[in-house]
Design a protein around this ligand. Structure first.
Ligand code: ADP
Length: 628
């Protein structure tokens, strides 16, 4: 029989896994048990919804058999089994769900992060075994198949004999090396401990034959040995356990076991309520974004159980988009088992649970923000963007829900602050919440537009994410204080002396500004005297709703053919030396004025992080100035 090759991508991934210096090789057992449990779940669920299947609880279990003589470890389940095609599809292809593209982006990281995360669970067994044999018989079929592989050189599938429905996995353990001892996976005591550690909550009994030695009666050193079948897991799912009995580690372990993420969650919450609707839930707030989080491939949702039976893997109706990062499960006895996806959407109970959960998550996040800022910042670093999208989407319908969770970098605190904290520090005569936009904190720090606001001692929020300004515009105000861009025309700062001066300059040099506006006719709406600049010569500001930053963001979006333009205004500092040069040029040398105007405009573009339209012309212009 010919060997089939793993798909090219799978092969690479498999190599990576086998050779990974992953220290917890033992997790393969957890992976196999978890697959076995899922397979039984599937049959169990089928039996509950299909009257034709007789279901007897005692017939559903997982068995672990260590065979010291042959150095083999077997994991057997009485689950739904796999057809020939399923064996091929499920075990012949590793790189499902984008695991490889993830790996490419994270080439520097060790294999650790991908193991089990993206459907490579089964393959983790190659960390402990040279040869893996899978014998499976699917429910309702007479035929059984044997899948066998020694790792990267491919796999084979053949018909074989098997009496009962289910799957048997046989691991031929690797030879011990100086560093690694694989014999431990044959040791009953060690196996028992591993099950306790990782798979205790599995709902089905995990059976193992355990050798019991007893001192012979009347003897001091002679033992009677007998073998006893034991159930080595407690079978109580963690969410059914009493919160007081559980430690943080238990929740973290469950998070890992469930492959909710490859990070450590920053917070978990265990809810159990008996109200209008009763349900139990464990929810996690992750620390890091999954690799596909900000893509449309990412699927939000919580696992949904009905009295301990899994009815849906990712129930998206339980989470609003803005909390799509939350992981976990919900178990409710109020939900009907054979409810269809379509019906579920309209289910009143489910809606109530979803509403409840939403409020709970917000509460948890606020608490984290107050009590554990460091972890909140980590969380916010990863998912703040999603919250801001949440503010912006649905026409701002979720503003109230989300505004307290937002944070922006503060010019004063030099770290992210909440809007509430900003308000609490507002200076007496300050009317607005000021913000500046740019691609990084370092760039905004240097923006000329911030000069006047900063001089007044007002705190400025730095908006560095492309979504930020859109979110802020949607908010409009926070606790009755309006947001104001440092680039907006009216800063709302009373500075009579300065304003009067600007107006006089504007009037007395009316023609100069008109001339400059004509020179930059297709580029800016107007050239004006600046009221906000203190030491810098020029800056760009905007009139109207579309800011320069928004123009940048909108035009960077794909399929945006109709270029959106902000109404730009070039502001000139009347107190700067350059102003004198401009007036002089206006009077004596129109060519020079044109040269100066263009150079200043391009400088303002550069400060904004906008591209100079004609860099060659710009550098030639600079040379002209140098040569004088
Ligand atoms: P994951 O469990 O994350 O999907 P695995 O590589 O562990 O990834 O398993 C791939 C698939 O193979 C599973 O989704 C399941 O359909 C199937 N499978 C694995 N083990 C078993 C088993 N013991 N019984 C039935 N199907 C199984």
């Amino acid at each position: 029989m010919s060997k089939k090759q793993f798909k090219a991508e799978s092969k690479r991934l498999l190599e990576l896994m086998i050779n990974s210096i992953y220290t917890h090789k033992e997790i393969f057992l957890r992976e196999l048990i978890s697959n076995a449990s899922d397979a039984i779940d599937k049959l169990y669920y089928k039996a509950l919804t299909d009257e034709a299947i007789k279901f007897e609880k005692d017939n559903y279990y997982i068995r672990i058999i260590p065979d010291k003589k042959n150095r083999e470890l077997r994991v057997i389940d009485t689950g739904i089994g796999m057809t020939k095609e399923e064996l091929e599809d499920n075990l012949g292809t590793i790189a499902r769900s984008g695991s490889l593209s993830f790996k490419k982006e994270n080439e520097s990281q060790e294999g650790y992060d991908i193991i089990g995360q993206f459907g490579v669970g089964f393959y983790s067994a190659f960390m402990a075994a040279d040869t893996i044999t899978v014998i499976s018989k699917v429910f309702g079929s007479d035929e059984a198949y044997k899948w066998e592989s020694q790792g990267t050189d491919g796999y084979s599938i053949a018909v074989c004999e098997k009496d009962t429905v289910g799957t048997e996995i046989i691991l031929k353990l690797k030879q011990n090396t100086e560093d690694d001892n694989y014999d431990e996976f044959l040791d009953e005591y060690r196996l028992k401990n591993l099950v306790k550690k990782y798979s205790d909550f599995i709902r089905y009994p995990i059976k193992m034959n355990v050798t019991i030695s007893k001192l012979k009666e009347g003897s001091k050193d002679e033992y009677d040995e007998h073998v006893e079948e034991q159930i080595v897991n407690s079978m109580v799912p963690i969410w059914r356990k009493n919160r007081n009995e559980l430690k943080d580690e238990d929740y973290v372990q469950f998070y890992e076991e469930k492959h909710y993420g490859f990070d450590k969650p920053v917070k978990h919450v265990h809810i159990s309520t008996d109200g209008v609707v009763s349900y139990t839930a464990i929810l996690y707030i992750p620390e890091k974004t999954p690799f596909d989080y900000y893509t449309k491939e990412y699927e939000k949702g919580l696992e949904l159980y009905s009295s301990g039976v899994l009815i849906m893997n990712k129930c998206s109706d339980l989470l609003p988009d803005y909390f799509s990062f939350v992981k976990g499960l919900v178990d409710s006895a109020d939900l009907s088992l054979n409810i269809s996806r379509e019906m579920l959407q309209h289910d009143r109970q489910l809606k109530l649970i979803a509403k409840n959960i939403k409020t709970k998550i917000k509460g948890e996040l606020l608490e984290l923000q107050k009590a554990d800022r460091e972890n909140y910042e980590k969380f916010y670093q990863s998912f703040g963007r999603q919250l801001k999208y949440g503010v912006y989407s649905d026409f701002g319908g979720n503003k109230d829900m989300l505004q307290d969770l937002l944070m922006f970098y503060s010019s004063k605190e030099k770290k992210p602050v909440t809007l509430d904290e900003y308000l609490s520090r507002m200076v007496e005569d300050q009317k607005y919440i000021y913000y500046a936009t740019g691609e990084s904190v370092a760039r905004i720090e240097k923006l000329p537009q911030t000069e006047l606001v900063a001089e007044k001692g007002y705190e400025i929020l730095y908006l560095t994410d492309d979504i930020d300004e859109f979110a802020v515009k949607m908010l409009m105000s926070y606790k009755e204080k309006e947001f104001k861009s440092v680039s907006s025309q009216d800063l709302g700062i009373e500075d009579k002396e300065n304003e009067a001066k600007a107006e006089t300059e504007e009037k007395s040099h009316k023609e100069l500004f008109e001339k400059m506006t004509t020179i930059l006719a297709d580029k800016v709406k107007e050239v004006r005297v600046s009221k906000r600049l203190k030491s810098h010569p020029v800056c760009l500001t905007n009139e109207g709703e579309i800011s320069i930053e928004m123009e940048k963001v909108l035009n960077a979006m794909p399929n945006n053919e109709q270029k959106i333009k902000a109404d730009k205004v070039l502001e000139i500092n009347p107190n700067h030396e350059i102003f004198k040069a401009l007036t002089a040029a206006y009077e004596k040398d129109p060519d020079k004025l044109s040269l100066y105007t263009n150079v200043l405009y391009n400088q303002a573009l550069l400060i904004e992080g906008l591209p100079v339209q004609d860099p060659v012309e710009f550098t030639n212009n600079i040379c002209k100035l140098m040569v004088g």
